[in-house]
Design a binder for this molecule. Structure first.
Ligand code: CIZ
Ligand code: SF4
Length: 352
């Protein structure tokens, strides 16, 4: 291993000083997250970005998170994503033009209008800034996995119907927890004519889910839980709500990455816990809690390959460039998109 890299990162960080804050998502590798001034789930990181005083934010996470930081940051603040290839396969499952097509169809079907009377759109934070803006302009809001329940309450106070993007699992799990039966939720498939739904189905539905998912979390299956319970009697299962409904139903608890961390910390000495989320967080929790048995729900461990793209080399490169006065990989949301995306994100920060 190249141990000089750590020294270079530390030296560059010292040189840029308080002007630069490094944010790290829980799914980052240990070699990267150890340099973060602040770690969190996407809600806490968005909040940290909105409150940050420094001129530069280096975002060790994925593209949509850096976009949100740019939208929420002060004027003149610069957001840097160390590797531009760090995207999110779930966010890529909803394109703004597809969302516009869906909404135009909703208008034709008579369930809403241009302003969102009739349907409140909610987008999970794992989506492009353009979609956040679309939602904000139609009276909707952004949610994260830690405030999805509050976002549903906010949305249904406005309209009975919710359009949830782009994660069908988070949308279904949250709607169900709010008392909406599965048969009152339909799935809009952007690759099918009219989303694959009849007007009657659209009219009767309380929730219209976008057909998107996280390829990492969707790999956890109910069979994994059954096997864990057989192998480790008394084991506690905690799953991220991006997991399938069948998995979340069988788990003992579900919640965001911040929730999962608290869950493991609060468990008594000697407890066994299996976790359905990205493997870097699971491994870190296992190391930090040697008095407990912390396992991945799937023995193979599920890796988010795009989070993994942020390497110490990329972080070093971004920092050393800053020392030289160069800004690399700046993430800049267009001013027109920024306005309504901020409306939707501000609503997210107000809802708990
Ligand atoms: O991208 C994810 O899976 C996120 C945002 C997880 C979390 O709970 O922070
Ligand atoms: Fe996207 Fe899934 Fe990776 Fe989160 S874990 S960044 S939802 S691909």
């Amino acid at each position: 291993p190249d141990n000089s890299l750590d020294d270079r990162i530390q030296a560059a960080k010292r040189k840029v000083g308080a002007e630069c804050i490094i944010l790290g998502h829980h799914y980052q590798r240990d070699e990267v997250i150890k340099f973060a001034d602040f770690r969190g789930d996407s809600y806490r990181l968005a909040k940290a970005a909105s409150e940050s005083k420094g001129r530069y934010i280096i975002f060790c996470g994925v593209h949509f998170m850096a976009e949100s930081a740019d939208v929420l940051g002060r004027d003149g603040q610069v957001v840097i994503l160390p590797d531009l290839n760090a995207g999110c396969s779930m966010a890529d499952m909803a394109e703004i033009t597809q969302v516009e097509t869906a909404w135009e169809h909703f208008i034709r079907a008579g369930i809403t209008d241009d302003k969102g009377t009739g349907v409140t759109p909610i987008t999970y934070v794992n989506s492009t800034a353009a979609i956040k803006a679309f939602v904000g302009e139609r009276g909707g809001l952004v949610c994260t996995s830690s405030n999805a329940s509050g976002a549903y309450a906010w949305a249904t106070a406005r309209n009975e119907k919710v359009f949830f993007l782009p994660d069908q699992h988070l949308g279904r799990n949250t709607g169900y927890a709010k008392g909406i039966p599965l048969n009152e939720m339909v799935v809009w498939d952007p690759y099918m004519l009219n989303g694959g739904l009849t007007n009657d189905q659209l009219k009767r539905a309380k929730v219209i889910l976008w057909k998107g998912h996280c390829s990492v979390h969707q790999r956890f299956l109910p069979e994994h839980i059954e096997r864990m319970r057989a192998d480790y009697p008394g084991i506690q299962i905690v799953a991220h709500p991006e997991c399938r409904w069948e998995v979340c139903q069988k788990a003992d608890a579900t919640g965001s990455t911040d929730f999962i961390i608290k869950f493991v910390k609060a468990a008594p000495k000697g407890a066994a816990i299996a976790i359905g989320t990205e493997m870097h967080l699971v491994h870190r929790l296992a190391t930090e809690n040697p008095d407990k048995t912390v396992l991945s729900l799937d023995d193979n461990g599920c890796l988010c390959t795009t989070m993994y793209r942020i390497s110490p080399q990329h972080l070093c490169w971004a920092l050393e460039n800053l020392v030289d006065g160069n800004i690399v990989n700046q993430i800049k949301v267009k001013p027109k998109v920024k306005h309504w995306a901020k409306v939707a994100l501000d609503r997210m920060l107000e809802v708990r």
